[in-house]
Each structure stands twice: as C-alpha cells, then as structure tokens.
Design a protein around this ligand. Structure first.
Ligand code: ZN
Length: 201
C-alpha cells in the first residue's frame, strides 16, 4: 500500500490531458501498482474519486468509491470502480435510458476536490453513458444518473486537464470547507437529498 501525495491546483500535471492506456498494457505490474496506489490514496484522503494525474501519473485512469462516507452523507453509494480509458456521452432528456429532474438535462452540484481547497457550485448533466475498461481490460458500457453521474464527470474532467473550478459560473458559491459547513451545507443537503430521491443514481 502506497499513499501518494495529492497534487494541488497550480501543479502543471493537473492541467495535462491524460494519455490512453493500450489494452495490452493493462495487466502490466506497473499499471496494476498505479491502480492500487490510486485506490489507497483515495481512501486515505476520504475522497469519492481520484484521477491518475492527481498523483502525477499520465495514464487515463480514474477510481471512484462512495461507501458510508461522513464527508458525503447525501451521496448514493458507488462500489469501488476502476475506470481505464473512460469516455462520457451525454444523454439528453428523451434519450433511451435518460432520466430528468423537472424536465431538465442538468443539475447544480456543490463540488469539492482533493486538489482544490475550495467548494463551489457546478452544473452537471443528469444522465450520461460511460464506456471504460476495468482492471482486467474488460469493456463496460453503463448509464449513470444524478450525483453518481456528477462524480464521473468530475473525475473524467481531471483526465482532460479540467478542474471543477473551471466550471464554477458564480464565484459567490466558492467557499472553504469550513465556511461551507457553517453557511451552505444544510441547505445544500436538503436540496440535494430531494434531488437524489427524485433522480436516483
Ligand atoms: Zn477532483
């Protein structure tokens, strides 16, 4: 087990788009060790997800896991997921498999990031189709909704060199974790819990 330092905003590695992993390389010991490091680092930091470039690795790999996390009591569970070469396709209301909240295609999430010491409001797509390979190279295609879809979009953004603050439209929503806990968290949890009940994950 190796817990790596999580790179912080300002580090150029966070802005470099990741490179795809050739299928033949997925079983390589170095790559499997990187995956283990990603999972260990995510869990150690109590994060919901982590992208490889957040620990300085260039490969297009991200990991996600939401158990009963006191940091995110409102988040639907995500079993440990390792996504290699993930691709996201946006589903619009009316597309097969899509869900919608109040007939809208997007929702406002309040996001944080292990690489950014702030939280802020970000607009995310409610329904997406994800394609990725797992740790054995097997291809998966799945549809995700709501907060789970938001987590996929946040982590996939990392692999494109994009941080959530790039997508914050209203700077008034930016806050530290402490200020969010004091001033925004209760209202957000009330709103997002209703959204999760309506849209699922
Ligand atoms: Zn992040």
């Amino acid at each position: 087990m190796t817990v790596k330092p999580v790179l912080q905003i300002g580090n150029p590695a966070l802005r470099r788009p990741a490179t795809s992993v050739p299928s033949d390389n997925i079983q390589d010991a170095n790559l499997q060790a990187l995956i283990t490091d990603l999972v260990d680092t995510m869990r150690s930091a109590n994060g919901a997800g982590l992208a490889a470039n957040q620990i300085g690795a260039p490969e297009r790999i991200m990991v996600m896991e939401v158990l009963d996390n006191p940091r995110y009591p409102y988040k639907p569970r995500i079993p440990l997921t390792v996504a290699i070469n993930p691709i996201i396709e946006i589903l619009s209301p009316g597309d097969p498999g899509a869900r919608q909240g109040n007939n809208e295609a997007t929702f406002v999430n309040n996001e944080g990031c292990l690489s950014v010491p702030l939280r802020g409001d970000v607009e995310r797509h409610i329904s997406i189709r994800v394609s990725y390979q797992d740790t054995e190279g097997v291809h998966h295609v799945e549809v995700k909704h709501g907060l789970t879809a938001g987590t996929w979009q946040h982590e996939c953004d990392h692999l494109d060199g994009v941080l959530f603050i790039d997508r914050v439209q209203d700077p008034n929503t930016l806050s530290t974790w402490d200020e969010f806990a004091a001033n925004g968290r209760d209202a957000f949890i009330e709103r997002i819990t209703k959204f999760v009940a309506r849209v699922g994950s």
